[in-house]
Design a protein around this ligand. Sequence first.
Ligand code: ATR
Length: 296
Amino acid sequence: MKAVYTLQDLKHASTDPDNIFYREDKPARLAVLGDPIAHSKSPELHQPALDALALNCSYIRVHLTPEEFNEGVSLLQELGFIGCNCTVPHKERALAWTDQPSKFAQQLGVANTIHFADQTCYTTDPAGLESAVNEDLGLDFAGKNVLILGAGGGAGSAVAQHLLRKPLNHLFLYNRTPEKLDDLYQHIINLGDVDLTKLSLYGNDEYPNTQDIDLIINATSLGLREDQPSPFPESLLLSHHHVYDMTYGCKNALAQACEAKGAQYADGLSMLRHQGAEAFKLWFPGTDPLPMMGLK
Ligand code: ATR
C-alpha cells in the first residue's frame, strides 16, 4: 500500500500492484484528499476504527491538485468508494461537487466530508471543534467571550458562523488581512444574538482589552511549524485564557507562550479526532467510532 496515491493511480487502478482498489480483503473505500496530503494523519485516525468494527475497507491518502479534484472524485465514485474527507485547499470544491450539500455545509460555504451513496457533502469541523474544546479545555461556550484568530480564512469563517449559533456572550474576530474579514462580517452581523466585534490586535487605536476574553481559537495556518511566529501577541496573553489551537504536530510559538503565561492550551489533535468521528458516523450510521479511533 502506498503512503500517497495520485490521480494517475486512480486512472490506472486496475494495474495497481497491491490491488488496493479491487481486492477482497480491505479494498480502499475511503480517502482523504488534499494538496499537499502526505502529512495527513487521517488514515491513522480512521483505520483502527474500521478494523475494530470489521468494516473490511482501507482508508488511503490521495493527492489531488485543484485542477484534478473533480476528475479524482468522479474516479473514486466509479471505483466504489463510500466517501472521502477533503482538506486544504479543497473544502470549497467539496461543497461545489454536489448540488445537494447539507444545509449546514451550504450555509458555511465549505465541506470536509463527501458521501457518495447519498450524493451529498457535510462539514463536520465545527462540531469537532466544539467537542474538542469541551473535552480538552473543560469549557462550554455558554456566556463566553471568544476570540477567533484567522476568522477571515476558510476554517476561521466556518467556526465563526457555527459559534454565532451558540449562546456566547461576545465573539471577537481577528484577521491579519482585514479586508478578508469584511465580507464575512457583513454576512453574519445580523445572523445571531451574539455581540460581534472585529478586532485589530496590533493597532494602537483598537488595542483590545483581552481581560474579558475567555477562549482564544487559533484558526490561522500559523502553528504547523515551530519556527513560525505566534498568531497572538504574547503581551496580550493572560493566565485565565483558554487557548484552542486548530493546528497540531509541534510545540509551536503559541503553545510556548501559553506555557510561559500559565494559560491553558490544547492543540488540534482532539478536533481532528472528533471531526473524523462525525464523518465516520455519516458513512456508517449507528456506529460509535470515537473510542476506537487512532491518535489518542
Ligand atoms: P484560506 O483558509 O482562506 O485558504 P490560508 O492561506 O490557509 O487561507 O490562511 C488561513 C488563515 O491563516 C487566514 O486567516 C490567514 O490570514 P490572511 O487572511 O491575512 O491571509 C491566516 N494566516 C496565514 N498566515 C498568516 C500569518 N503569517 N500571520 C497571520 N495570519 C496568517
